[in-house]
Every structure is written in C-alpha cells, then in structure tokens.
Design a protein around this ligand. Structure first.
Ligand code: BGC
Length: 393
C-alpha cells in the first residue's frame, strides 16, 4: 500500500515536471503552508495634509502572495511573491510610511489618469474646441497634470470573501483642464493562480481623452540594492513609436528589427541600453511605447520578464494596444524608499499597458476619445511565477 502511494506520488511529480516543461517553465510557486482562504484586510494608513483619512487594503491569496494598495492614488505599495526557494520578497518600489508618498515621488505604484504619459504642448483639440492642460513636464503635459488621479483619494470597496479591492472616483468636468464628468472604477484582484488582475472602467458625460494605466516600478530581485539591468525581457512587439527629445512620439511607427528596441526574444534589459542610438539618447534609456502585436480586441500576452538570480518571473497580458516600457532612468538616488534603500537610476522598471502617448494630437494612432454612452473598459493581468535553477525561459 505504502509502495503504491509512493509510485503514485512519483508519477505526480513527473507529470508536474512535464507540465512545467511543456508550458514554457511557468510554475505556480509552492504553497508555503497549507492553502489558506484568500482574504482582504482593511486598516487605517494615514492622513493627507487636508485631513482626509487614507485606508490600506492587504490582499492575500491561498498561496500567501500578498498585495497592499491604498485609497490615496489607488497606489500599490507592496507585492510580496516567492522566489524559487519559496521565500517571499517585495518586488515593487515604494515607501514604508504614508507621509513619504506625499513628497511627489515619480508615480510609484499609482493609477495614472486622466491621461497616461504625455500630451504635446499641454494642448489638444476635440470636436473643434481646443483644451489647455498643465505643462508639468518641460513643454508637455504628463500623467494627467499637477494633481492627477495618482494624488486623489479614491473610494474603496474591499471584497467580502476574496482577495480584491475596487477603487472608484468621480473626476469632475474641468479637472486638470479635461472635459466631462468622468466616473472611474479600477479594481485589483489577486487570484489563486497568482495573477494580479487590474480592470479599468469609466463613463463620461462629455467627450474626453482617457488613457488609464498602472505605474508600479518592479524589481523582481526582491531587494532594490541593485539595478534591473540583468532582468531578461521579452516584448511581443514588432514595432515601436520613436520620440523627439521631449519624449513626444514623432508619429512614425518604426520596426524594432535591427535596433536595441527588439525584445522579441528574451534579452537582458541592460544588454543594449548603453548603445549609441538616437532613440536611447532621447529617452535617456528605454522610455518608449511599443506597439503590441495583436490579433483582436481581447486579452493577449504582451510581456515576459525573468529575473535569473531569484528565479522570479512576471508575465503581462493586456487588452491595450501599447506598452510604455520605462527603465527608471530619472531615478537619481535622491529618493530613499522602503527600509531606507536608496532608489538609484534604473533600480525599477515600469510596464505601463496603455494607448500611445499624445494620441489626442495624433489622428493616425488608435483613438483615446471616450464619448457619452460609451464604456471605457480595459484589463491587464500580471502573473507571478518562478523558474527552476539554470532555466532562462
Ligand atoms: C514616463 C517617464 C516619466 C515617468 C515618471 C513614465 O511613464 O514615460 O518619462 O519620467 O513615467 O516617473
């Protein structure tokens, strides 16, 4: 009887090994303890200068993966996932204390709105009317303006019996210069398949540009002591949108073939980042929009990242047409983050699934205009996993 059990056990291990091999090395991290029920805990976190209370939510899945997010900016403050030995580590940049988030950090973990990335000259014309926005990034408008969605207090509804929280807010007509009352809802769900599902919904009463995204800085080592240049990246994109010196797309859609922007095969982020290339000079590194290869409208795989030392992997699938891949080029060591760690240049990278920058001024790009009666609905799934020793894919 015991022998029979052992044989069945060995067979099960062999089959799971086969499954791992057959599906490209993706693996559910081992449960550290017996599977627990997913849950969402709520606790007070801080107060804004105006006295608004800020609440933190801790989402935990059955395998012990944990995500924290707060009502200020719908900011994801920590994501704890296992490495290949099962040890949990925090893989996102951020702070220990709430007050540190008020010092205008570069959008750590935040929801960006109304418009992710830049709008040239802080201006666009819609239905014959020209709108002026704050120029908060040199000559351009960036990430929704001076007080974008990243600095707003959101309403929150935590899940009663699962690991999820939904944030919502009403962005009034004229906020940061944008037209229309916009009702926005963004939810974070941590599944027992080790996915973080981010869903975005919005409705408006006047036509408006909208381009929501998530601005988490990842460092899969679980320790921000070093840079992210050793992470291996794959982006499913044959093309990207070159930019001018102020990071506004030129309007051209260029092939990645033969350039340092070709990540169609897994390549270390740092392998070509220092090459003499005008686009790398304009971006101060990678800070560009990739045009994702898509077959339709649904959720499609876009990115895979492997961190060889820890074995951690991150897969991203999205309904969006673009990906802003940003290598933390503007982090300059002046910010002290969690545990007093100095966030030096390129110690985190962002994978911002979205529409293309400056689309309101680029009629050839996919439209970012939401009209009354339409529903804005997009989805991005981040899947956390591990690879075994010595496997790069
Ligand atoms: C932009 C960078 C910018 C950063 C702000 C990214 O989305 O592409 O140019 O510096 O956000 O932290």
């Amino acid at each position: 009887m015991i022998a029979r059990h052992s044989i069945l056990f060995l067979l099960a291990i062999a089959l799971s090994g086969f499954a791992l091999h057959a599906f490209g090395g993706r693996q559910t991290p081992p449960a550290r303890t017996a599977a627990a029920k997913p849950e969402t805990m709520t606790h007070p976190y801080g107060k804004t200068a105006e006295g608004h209370a800020v609440t933190m939510f801790t989402l935990t899945n059955a395998h012990g993966l944990e995500l924290r997010a707060m009502t200020y900016g719908a900011i994801i403050t920590s994501v704890r996932v296992p490495d290949r030995s099962g040890a949990l580590g925090d893989i996102v940049l951020g702070f220990d204390r709430f007050e540190q988030y008020l010092n205008d950090p570069p959008y750590f973990g935040a929801i960006i709105g109304r418009y992710g990335n830049r709008i040239a000259g802080g201006q666009f014309t819609l239905d014959g009317r020209t709108y002026s926005l704050a120029k908060n990034n040199g000559p351009n408008h960036l990430h929704g303006g001076r007080k974008g969605f990243d600095k707003a207090i959101w309403q929150a509804t935590p899940s009663a019996g699962g690991a999820a929280v939904a944030f919502s807010r009403a962005s009034p007509d004229g906020e940061e210069g944008y037209p229309g009352n916009l009702q926005v809802r963004v939810s974070y769900t941590l599944t027992d398949s080790n996915e973080l599902i981010v869903e975005y919904h919005a409705r408006t009463d006047k036509a408006t540009p909208i381009n929501l995204t998530q601005h988490t800085y990842f460092n899969l080592t679980g320790d921000v002591a070093g840079d992210i240049l050793g992470h291996e990246l794959m982006i499913r994109a044959d093309r990207f949108t070159p930019v001018d010196a102020t990071l506004i797309p030129t309007g051209q859609i260029a092939p990645v073939e033969g350039t340092p922007f070709d990540f169609r095969r897994p390549t270390a982020i740092g392998a070509r980042i220092a090459q003499p290339h005008q686009q790398l000079a304009n971006g101060n590194g990678y800070d560009h929009n990739w045009v994702l290869n898509r077959n339709g409208q649904g959720l499609e795989p876009a990115v895979r990242v492997v961190e060889p030392k820890s074995g951690r992997t991150l897969d991203v699938a999205t309904t969006e047409p673009g990906l802003q891949f940003y290598t933390g080029n503007f982090l300059d060591g002046t910010i002290k983050g969690k545990g007093g760690r100095v966030y030096a240049r390129r110690t985190g990278f962002c994978l911002e699934t979205q529409h293309f920058p400056d689309s309101p001024n680029k009629p050839a790009f996919p439209s970012t205009i939401l009209r009354p009666g339409q529903e804005y609905s997009t989805k991005t799934v981040f899947t956390f996993g591990v690879i075994k020793e010595g496997r790069a894919e």
